[in-house]
Design a protein around this ligand. Structure first.
Ligand code: NAD
Length: 335
């Protein structure tokens, strides 16, 4: 039996080798190239494929897999936007993904962004670089005793809630489908508006459904406390970035930690000669502020998460090939 992986990054190779060692009877081969019409032929002779890319998966390339007798596809991430499920149904594929690879990775990053803003780390970094080792006036604040508002308490938001509570925060949360464990702790309020009004720190952890585009807009910012710390490690489109920039300008938002941006595809995962070569106007308006920290969608990027993305996708691909039930089947009969 042979499984072929596409879009393999350098940091995934060690985990692929590790999995291969544990499954000596399975042949593994991979390419760093993404899956498309030009590269589909590389999978000839394989039984299953494992994919990871932001680009769409073309039907013509999928048809080639079908011609090679391949019918099991696993993706190493959550996102399924690149597939047209009708194509998969027409061509008779089964699909798995990895919907949960390490909620702690994103939750810990969220806490890290919050702490760096509260303890004014960017300002201390600048002072340090300038040879200024004095404390005053760069005094910090604590999470302990603050009200932390969490919008979305699924896999990630619920971990953020537990860590924040352990640090002494008063957590208030809103979710369209409250988590029973957190409900018992009495953290839920009735609306997003309640979270916005009550919180000293607000962090977003919902998916980006069409209806939630710009969930946090000018009106939402106007309801927040003055000087609020605002964190988004969920999806860039949840926030109207121009409204955020205006709220930073006015001081309504006292600090922003952003792992995702509306225009991130034009900037993140790219290498520019200098930061000034980035042309995106929203990015330009956010950088060089001492109270804004941007990380390039790296909240998920830990060894644990990458290990789980590789292992869970390969395990599920093998399970499908062995006609066993995979851990994370995707229902391709929904649109
Ligand atoms: P999840 O599906 O486990 O949880 C999402 C929660 O949001 C659910 O409980 C749901 O009921 C709730 N929700 C949905 N719409 C809502 C709304 N309008 N108002 C309030 N609650 C709402 O998802 P997750 O795995 O916790 O992921 C959360 C977010 O983090 C997603 O946007 C995901 O894409 C993002 N994410 C980011 C990274 C990163 O590296 N920055 C990595 C993984 C996931």
């Amino acid at each position: 039996m042979k499984i072929y992986l596409y879009g393999v990054r350098e940091d995934e190779k060690g985990y692929i080798k590790e999995w291969e060692k544990e499954h000596k009877d399975i042949d593994i081969d991979f390419t760093h190239k993404i899956f498309d019409n030009k590269t589909a032929d590389l999978a000839e002779g394989s039984d299953g494929v494992v994919l990871l890319q932001t680009q769409a998966y073309p039907k013509t390339a999928l048809k080639k897999l079908q011609d090679f007798g391949i019918s099991k596809i696993s993706v190493r991430n959550v996102g399924l936007d690149g597939f047209d499920f009708k194509d998969l149904r027409d061509l008779g594929f089964s699909l798995t993904n990895v919907p949960v690879y390490s909620p702690n990775a994103i939750a810990e990053h969220t806490i890290g962004l919050t702490l760096r803003l509260l303890r004014r780390v960017p300002e201390f970094d600048q002072k340090f670089a300038d040879g200024d080792f004095r404390w005053f006036p760069t005094i910090g604040e604590e999470i302990n005793g603050k009200t932390v508002g969490i919008i979305g308490t699924g896999h990630i938001g619920s971990v953020v809630a537990r860590i924040m509570m352990a640090m002494g925060a008063n957590v208030v949360a809103y979710d369209i489908k409250p988590n029973p464990y957190l409900e018992n702790l009495g953290i839920y309020v009735d609306s997003i508006e309640d979270v916005l009004k009550q919180s000293d720190i607000i962090t977003l952890h919902t998916p980006l459904a069409k209806k939630d585009l710009h969930m946090i807009d000018k009106l939402a910012f106007s309801k927040m406390k003055d000087g609020v710390i605002f964190i988004n490690a969920a999806r860039g489109g949840l926030v109207d970035t121009d409204a955020l920039i205006a709220a930073l300008d006015s001081g309504k938002v006292g600090g922003a930690g952003l792992d995702v941006l509306e225009s991130e595809n034009d900037v993140f995962q790219k290498k520019f000669d200098t930061i000034n070569d980035v042309k995106d106007p929203q990015f330009k308006a956010l950088i060089n502020r001492k109270n804004v920290i941007i990380t390039p969608h790296t909240a998920f990027y830990t060894t644990t998460a990458v290990h789980n993305m590789v292992f869970d996708s390969l395990n599920d691909n093998l399970k499908m090939l062995q006609s066993k039930a995979p851990k994370y089947p995707v229902d391709i009969n929904v649109e």
